[in-house]
Design a protein around this ligand. Structure first.
Ligand code: PHE
Length: 512
């Protein structure tokens, strides 16, 4: 039978023949040849088909220093450290108590060190004077055999126990007794030439021209007949591709956009740098409202002042704060200050953006219903921890229509979460200065068996809509929901910061 092998397999066969030993460690051999372990083993399997080579498995014990052991490699063994203390302070004779104090070792470590000092015959201990005393009984303290042996680990982290000499094994056993050794069982592959392999000359082997790709030229010219086609195992898992992909949070934002678009909504965006006017005043939040305080809101020095919309609307907002204006409310009853409304800030919610849309309603002569949404970044001066971020994303939206009511709002929100894969939604009474009634929205998360709060919603109060000419029976349904909370649930992340710190392992595995 003619033996036909691929070029690389022939090379490996040659290299095997050059080896003196017939027990070759596969992993080391692959390293030596500078090829992949898998490539080597598939060549051995080829050789095995012709009974030229084979492999066997061998269990070995690998030993290395554990953490404590490694620390002694650096700092030296406790007995040597203790000895240094005595030598440094020039103490040839010292009471046990003073020695311990001087050493500053933990009790346990001190006694371990002491017992090995005695074993090494560096010291003697005597109570002859009535006091427990330590004496140095040597002048010189050369490196011990054990210390010499340990230096092996400076060059090699892991030793193969069975390859060690009798003496070396003794020291490993000693270190093991001192609990400074880590042992690991490993299976190694040993490759070897069979008798047939030893007797076969390289010149007896023909080179096999194998190809894995056919070109159209090869087919038309018939030259494919000269080659052997490489077999493919179509059942084998291909290598994991670690290509770039869309970030899971962006994927989720895309999905939410799709959902709102499919429900007939249009996307809007507003400025990140907002005026207090749109962030607070237009939302009927009084100018001394605690949410405006510095600890919640990032106010800006630059730009110093925001432009307010036209006078008529500003006057109308002022009036609702002072006396309710024409909204039917009594207002808050204080003197509204235009300068406070002109303050600039990083928007604390995207409700500022939907209010801007309200302000355009009449300007645009819009046809009802107006259905818009926004998925965008907001900022709050919060301490960042596993469940809080200082910048996060809100899923915001409004519907402006005649005679819409709370049931429509609950229906909309329920529909949205259903499309996101959350079946159970609960709304509870809540409070926001700009909606009446107001609702808090929670979804049920099966895996945790818990209700989790997602955000707020409600129907904008007349004090919010009237300044822009939106009057009963036209109403505005509004909601602002958290994105990151939802993302944590979907991606099963326990730390909200992961969404932006981007642990690479998670990003690779997440297939959302
Ligand atoms: N703006 C509120 C928040 O940031 C959410 C909300 C939006 C509440 C719209 C009611 C209506 O929590």
């Amino acid at each position: 039978m003619t033996i036909k092998l691929e070029k690389q397999t022939i090379e490996i066969f040659k290299a095997l023949k050059k080896k003196k030993s017939n027990e070759i460690n596969a992993a080391e051999f692959a390293d030596e040849l500078g090829i992949d372990y898998i490539v080597l083993m598939s060549a051995i399997n080829e050789l095995k088909k012709y009974d030229l080579a084979d492999f066997k498995e061998k269990e070995i014990f690998q030993v290395s220093l554990n953490e404590e052991g490694r620390s002694y490699l650096k700092e030296r063994l406790p007995e040597r450290q203790l000895l240094e203390v005595l030598l440094e302070k020039n103490q040839k004779e010292i009471s046990l108590e003073d020695f311990q104090k001087l050493s500053d070792f933990s009790e346990k470590l001190f006694y371990i060190g002491l017992s090995y000092m005695k074993r090494n015959r560096w010291i003697a201990q005597s109570k002859a004077t009535g006091e427990n005393k330590i004496f140095l009984i040597e002048e010189n303290f050369p490196e011990t055999e054990l210390e010499k042996f340990m230096e092996i680990f400076e060059k090699k982290n892991i030793l193969n126990y069975s390859n060690l000499s009798k003496d070396q094994k003794k020291f490993v056993d000693l270190l093991n007794k001192r609990q400074l050794i880590k042992k690991e069982k490993k299976t190694q592959r040993i490759i070897f030439l069979t008798n047939e392999g030893k007797n076969t000359k390289v010149s007896q082997i023909e080179e096999l021209h194998r190809i894995s790709k056919l070109s159209s030229d090869m087919i038309t010219s018939g030259s494919w007949r000269e080659y052997e086609l490489k077999p493919f195992d179509v059942t084998k898992q291909g290598p994991l591709l670690k290509g770039g992909k869309i970030h899971p949070v962006i994927s989720m934002i895309n999905e939410i956009q799709e959902i709102f678009l499919s429900m007939g909504f249009t996307e809007i965006r507003g400025p990140i740098i907002e005026s207090a006017f749109f962030n607070f005043d237009a939302l009927f939040q009084p100018q001394d409202h605690p949410a405006r305080e510095l600890h919640d809101t990032f106010y800006l020095d630059k730009p110093k002042e925001a432009k307010l919309p036209n006078k008529k609307n500003v006057q109308a907002v002022k009036a609702t704060h002072e006396n309710g204006g024409n909204s039917g409310s009594m207002g808050w009853g204080y003197d509204w200050d235009e300068d406070i409304a002109k303050q600039t800030l990083l928007r604390t919610h995207t409700t500022a953006t939907t209010i801007r849309r309200l302000a355009e309603f009449h300007k645009n002569n819009d046809k009802m219903p107006v259905k818009v949404f926004s998925i965008d970044r907001v900022f709050r001066n919060e301490k960042v921890d596993k469940s809080h971020l200082a910048e996060f994303t809100q899923i915001e939206g409004i519907v402006i229509d005649e005679n819409v009511n709370l049931c429509d709002l609950i229906g909309l929100i329920t529909e949205f979460y259903k499309k996101m894969g959350f079946e159970k939604i609960i709304t509870r009474p809540g409070f926001f200065p700009y909606t009446e009634p107001s609702m808090e929205v929670s979804v049920y998360f099966d895996k945790l068996g818990e209700w989790l709060e997602m955000g707020g919603s409600g129907i904008f109060r007349p004090e919010v809509t009237y300044p822009w000419g939106i009057k009963n029976p036209t109403r505005v349904l509004a909601w602002g929901l958290g994105l990151e909370r939802l993302a944590m649930l979907k991606f099963e992340r326990e730390d909200i910061r992961d969404l932006y710190i981007n642990p690479i392992k998670w990003l690779r595995e997440e297939s959302y």
